[in-house]
Design a protein around this ligand. Structure first.
Ligand code: ADP
Length: 487
């Protein structure tokens, strides 16, 4: 059972090469985990203009220079560079300046779908020229979702891929890669394969990349078990729930892991002092130091609540707008927020700061160091998300003994248990309904719990003992790969 697996990982972004969000964290960490566990994992990702090639020792590969690539009428030439990821895994950078030399990773250019169809096709072509037969092609999000269908159509006659199986991971179903049906020729399918496309979408004038991954991958995963169930419903499925329900037998959820080398108060490189369960007095000192630096006043030992978030409707910032002003007026509490995103949410946080000087501090921007400080110094971490495929910050908060206040959805539901004073079990505060009443109930419960230091301490210790490391989560992917290969 412990044979070495060969895994071709396809990703539009991967840490530390390129990043806009959690997809990059997961594909980077999974590559590292698989290599560390002794598997032959090879990551294929675009060589964007921003990728620091020399930092990864990226060099041309014999036989993989200036190769032709056809997508319908479109003709490109690409080369593949081989580099090494931190930890030692191989990365193959698909170099095609015509497609990837742009100011940002993603664009709203008319050829956006071609940029990632090219990645998919170039990766399979490179495998063929290397004579490498991956047992698993693991594609991620809409960008590489056509790999399973391509293997059944364009690559059907290639014996090298005869026993290759496919896995699709959905990191956020909100992004589906939809393009116009008139562009169907760009897929390069033969006329006899066209019936394999989703006919309802075609009739409606569109092609949905993610849907084809869902329909044709041997296994479909998403980043938490609860989100896997939720996306089968109209409320969360964003129009793909019917296809997901049709594949329910092969759909599962695997929670993302946390990189505890980065996120652990025992060794956090941004903190001047470190702590664990036995030395929580250090956390209190960090809080006071932070409050002072932020010119915040938590008079009488009031708790500090933190928020680090993209300012998007997914994150429930509108609920905070409904509830926080009242709570700040009626109860002792200080609040620090860090985020960027939609102007209306930034405006709300700015006005909250103006309304409660010395008790609310808002930093608009992206700041890794400040994010670490907020995790360490806060008592409570707010994540009232409308939906949350997995979420990382609540898992970081647990490790920092900063009790997460979350809505029971997606990965939040799978990683935080509501604290029960009677039994002393639980790791945070969990509310059910996405409305102001739900959040108000949660905030009141959290502030009441804070008034009972022995119980708060019990919850903190429970939280700090949780383990969401990649060593655990990565093993679930390996088990899934083996299951798919054996099926
Ligand atoms: P999502 O991927 O939906 O944005 P996650 O909780 O899964 O949410 O991951 C967000 C990651 O981005 C976390 O590591 C978080 O600390 C970080 N992050 C988000 N916004 C900021 C910010 N403004 N400054 C620093 N880090 C941020």
């Amino acid at each position: 059972m412990s044979s070495r697996l060969s895994v071709c990982l396809l990703a539009s972004e991967s840490v530390p090469l390129s990043k806009t969000g959690g997809l990059a964290d997961v594909t980077g960490a999974l590559t590292k985990y698989l290599h560390g566990a002794g598997h032959d994992v090879r990551l294929f990702t675009p060589c964007y203009a921003s990728v620091a090639r020399s930092a990864f020792g990226a060099l041309p590969v014999a036989g993989l220079a200036d190769l032709p690539l056809a997508l319908g009428q479109h003709r490109y030439s690409f080369s593949v560079l081989r580099g090494v990821m931190p930890g030692g895994a191989a990365v193959y950078l698909v170099d095609c300046p015509a497609l990837y030399a742009r100011p940002t990773l993603y664009t709203s250019d008319p050829d956006e779908h071609l940029r990632f169809l090219a990645l998919t096709q170039a990766a399979l072509s490179a495998c063929q020229r290397l004579g490498w037969a991956p047992q698993i092609v693991h594609c991620n999000d809409w960008h590489t979702s056509f790999a399973p269908l391509f293997l059944r159509t364009r690559w059907r006659a290639e014996p090298l891929f005869g026993s290759t199986r496919t896995v699709l991971t959905i990191h956020n179903i909100g992004y589906q890669g939809v393009f116009a049906a008139e562009q169907v020729a760009d897929l390069g399918l033969s006329p006899s394969d066209l019936p394999l496309l989703h006919q309802g979408d075609l009739a409606a004038g569109r092609i949905n990349a993610l849907r084809h991954g869902i329909l044709y991958a041997d296994a479909v995963t998403t980043v938490s078990p609860t989100y896997a169930r939720e996306i089968c419903t109209a409320e969360y499925g964003m129009g793909l729930e019917d296809s997901l329900r049709a594949r329910a037998a092969v759909l599962s959820g695997i929670l993302n892991g946390v990189d505890y080398e980065e996120w652990d108060p025992r060794r956090d490189r941004y903190l001047p002092a470190h702590y664990d369960e036995a030395t929580l007095a250090v956390k209190l000192r960090l809080k006071h130091r932070f409050l002072q630096r932020q010119q915040l006043d938590a008079a009488g030992g009031a708790p500090l609540a933190g928020l680090v978030s993209r300012l998007a409707s997914q994150k429930g910032i509108d609920l905070l707008a409904e509830v926080l002003p009242d709570t700040l007026r009626s109860r002792p509490l200080a609040f620090v927020a860090l985020g960027t995103g939609e102007p209306r949410y930034a405006q709300f946080l700015r006005s909250l700061q103006a309304q409660f000087p010395g008790r609310v501090r808002f930093h608009e921007g992206y700041d890794d160091e400040l994010a670490h400080w907020i995790e360490a110094a806060s008592d409570l971490f707010l994540m009232p998300s409308r939906y949350e495929p997995c979420g990382l910050n609540q898992m970081y908060s647990l490790r920092y003994g900063t009790l997460p206040l979350v809505r029971r959805t997606g990965g939040l539901a799978d990683s935080v248990q509501h604290f029960d004073p009677a039994s002393g079990s639980g790791t945070g505060i969990v509310f059910n309904d996405f409305n102001a009443q739900g959040l108000k109930w949660g905030l009141d419960a959290a502030l009441d719990l804070y008034q009972r230091p022995a119980q708060w301490l019990r919850a903190q210790k429970n939280a700090m003992q949780q383990d969401f490391s990649w060593a655990r989560q990565g093993a679930h992917y390996v088990a899934l790969y083996r299951k798919v290969i054996a099926a």
